[in-house]
Design a protein around this ligand. Sequence first.
Ligand SMILES: [Zn+2]
Length: 177
Amino acid sequence: MGKRALLVIDLLHDFMATEGALFCGEEARKIIPVVCARIEEFAATGEPIIFVRDAHAPDDLEFQRFPVHCVRGTPGAELIGEVRRAAANASRVIHLEKTRYSAFYGTNLDAVLQSLAIEEVHVVGVCTNICVLYTVEELCNRDLPTVVYRDGVASFDPEAHAWALQQMETVLGAKIE
Ligand SMILES: [Zn+2]
């Protein structure tokens, strides 16, 4: 087994809380225990956990496509409490803010993965067909073996969720566990 990192995508109040600005629905609530279990697993072995967090300017053009959400510095852009608690004892936690779907766009994720010599990336988060998919596509471009947890990703759109899982497996070569 190569050196692993856990990528936790957008476990943020605005997506995950029922009163969040862009709540991803009950399917998203269901992944919380799975995400926390993965975080605790990586924390126990001292492996890196990377929190990728949507953090928009108030006038971000993405808000022409989606309601205003995860504005940098607001409570909506904070990690949910369950996840924060799961990571409380982790020794290697990295926070990374993004403004687009891909966790690589406009971030230093490349440098982080290289500096840690990561050989395998494990992915959980929301939404399966948006930020998860476009991040896994970038991992595929970099030939980084990728594991996506079927019960650790979710979307407000069940058909798109199923399609994206299949796309990641068959086209992008991710292992779906
Ligand atoms: Zn966003």
